[in-house]
Design a binder for this molecule. Sequence first.
Ligand code: SF4
Length: 366
Amino acid sequence: MIEAVRNKTREVRIGDLLIGAEHPVAVQSMTTTDTKDFDQTLKEVKALEEAGCELIRVAFLNAKAKDALAEIKRQMKVPLVVDIHFTAHLALVAMEVGADKIRINPGNLGGEDKLDKILEMARDKGVAIRIGVNSGSVEQDLLEKYGYPCSDAIVESALRWVEYCENRNFYNMVLSLKSSNVQTAVESYQKISQECDYPLHVGITEAGYGQYAKVKSAAGIGTILMQGIGNTIRASLMGDPVEEVKLCYDILKATGVRVTGPELIACPTCGRIQIDLGELVDKVSERIKGVKEPIKISVLGCPVNGPGEAREADIGIAGGNGKGWIYRDGAVVKTVPEAQLVDALEDEIKVFLAQREAARQIRLKS
Ligand code: SF4
């Protein structure tokens, strides 16, 4: 797979996490609980960390949540992002208790003096700020100029705030330009990436729910990532935020932007199917749970088109009529009794990974 070349951006520090520049695209999500409810919020935070979430955002609506926020930060392993709307002083409180990044919409904080205090404290404490502009936050004069919150209006709004922050010597910024319209979001990210070099947080806002929300998020985030744009991503799904993390990693894997483990692909099946493919895929996916390196494995329902259909994978397997076949580079390398196919695949994966590592070591030495 040809990996998308990443757009060069400046580096931004969020707690211990560096984003932008050469750093991998990081996965973000957001808790759904009332932050005052410490137990439930921490439970979600821990589930997100366990799922591989690298940046966790929580809403901070009320000073009553200060103690919970402070304790959550103490118990978190990944950087804390605090979401602030309308109440500027809560951003200061969040930074006092250790927030690593503050997400704001600068236009709704009640005036420049309040925004300036946030920027000053963030600069002093080394806290990053995400300037979040979206189609619903575009200023009135830009709506009048463009007629509707099109990508040009969103980008102009974002650039205004960038200039505002730079005029106050604040540069530790991440930008997001979200829209629930995929085309508008894609255009906005394309345009802003030509205009400035701040890292970009990418997402499709209010993507909907269920299967459609996943498809819409994948279409939007995937399209943007494939153009080399984006430094952190979040899939906004209704429900358990752990699903957002899983989807983000799947988008990163499917686009080849960041592959963190095996990719299992299966043929769609057809009238030639000779095996219970669902059962075979389940067995294979169970067996490769411990594999942490990228490897593409295809599972085929019959050997008829095996060589062709396995060519895109590192290793392919097919089974039927009591036999199992293992493919490398589209050619059969082993034939085994069907009952031994999954064991044979596991052995072949070990051989493949060992050979690849040996080749890597030789390249490093030469
Ligand atoms: Fe059909 Fe066999 Fe191709 Fe699967 S591998 S789609 S069963 S021809």
